[in-house]
Write a protein that binds this ligand. Structure first.
Ligand code: AMP
Length: 191
C-alpha cells in the first residue's frame, strides 16, 4: 500500500491536490474534515459533538478522530493506499496512525507539506467562504483561530515526520498543475 499524508494549513490547497493525486495513483482520499462534515449533516452522535468544536475553529478531540479514522481505514480493505488529508493534526494523532497502520503491516511512506504564506491563506479562505458555505470559513475571528490552532497543535506534526525522514516540502503557490507535478515527483521517489 502507498500511504501519504498531505499536510498544510487551512487553505493550502490540500483538497484540490488530493483530488488529482487519488485520480493518478488510485488511492482512497481520507479527509477527516469531510468525514466530520458528513457526520454533522447526518446528525450522528459524533456529528453533534464535533459541531461545537468545528464551528469555533477548534480541533475535535483526538480519541474521537482516531476512532473515526480506524473505522474508515477498515472499510477499504482492497485499496492501493490512502491519502490522509487534514489528518494527523496533532502529534498524538500521528502516533496513533503509526500504531494503527503497523497493526495492519503498513506504514506512512511520505508526508507532503504544502507551503503557503499567511496573507495568501487568509485571502484564499475568504474567497472559499463565499462559495463553500462552510460555517467555519465565515468570519475572520474563526479563520484566525484555525490558523492559530494550526500553528500550535499541528505544526509539530511536520517535525514528527521530519524525524522519520518522510517530510517533503512543496511550494503551494502557483499554477495548480505545476504544484501537482512537484507532488508527483515526490510520490514517484517513494513508490
Ligand atoms: P478541514 O476540512 O480539514 O479544514 O477541517 C475542518 C474542521 O474539522 C477543523 O477546523 C477541525 O475543527 C475539524 N477537524 C478536521 N480534521 C481534524 C483532525 N484530524 N483532528 C481534529 N479536528 C479535525
Amino acid at each position: 500500500m502507498l500511504n501519504i499524508v498531505l499536510f498544510g494549513p487551512p487553505g493550502a490547497g490540500k483538497g484540490t491536490q488530493s483530488k488529482k493525486i487519488i485520480e493518478k495513483y488510485h488511492l482512497i482520499h481520507l479527509s477527516t474534515g469531510e468525514l466530520l462534515r458528513e457526520h454533522m449533516s447526518n446528525g450522528t452522535e459524533l456529528g453533534k459533538v464535533a459541531h461545537t468544536y468545528i464551528d469555533q475553529g477548534n480541533l475535535v478531540p483526538d480519541d474521537l478522530v482516531i476512532k473515526m479514522v480506524d473505522v474508515e481505514i477498515d472499510s477499504h480493505p482492497e485499496t492501493n493506499g490512502f491519502i490522509f488529508d487534514g489528518f494527523p493534526r496533532t502529534v498524538k494523532q500521528a502516533e496513533a496512525l503509526d500504531e494503527l497502520l503497523e497493526k495492519k503491516g503498513e506504514k506512512i511512506a511520505l508526508m507532503i507539506a504544502l507551503d503557503v504564506d499567511e496573507e495568501e491563506l487568509k485571502n484564499r479562505l475568504k474567497l472559499r467562504a463565499q462559495i463553500s458555505g462552510r460555517t467555519d470559513d465565515q468570519d475572520e475571528e474563526r479563520i484566525n483561530n484555525r490558523i492559530a490552532v494550526y500553528k500550535k497543535e499541528t505544526l509539530p506534526v511536520a517535525e514528527y515526520y521530519e524525524k522519520q525522514s518522510k517530510l517533503k516540502r512543496i511550494k503551494g503557490v502557483g499554477e495548480i498543475d505545476e504544484i501537482f507535478n512537484d507532488i508527483c515527483k515526490a510520490i514517484d521517489q517513494v513508490k
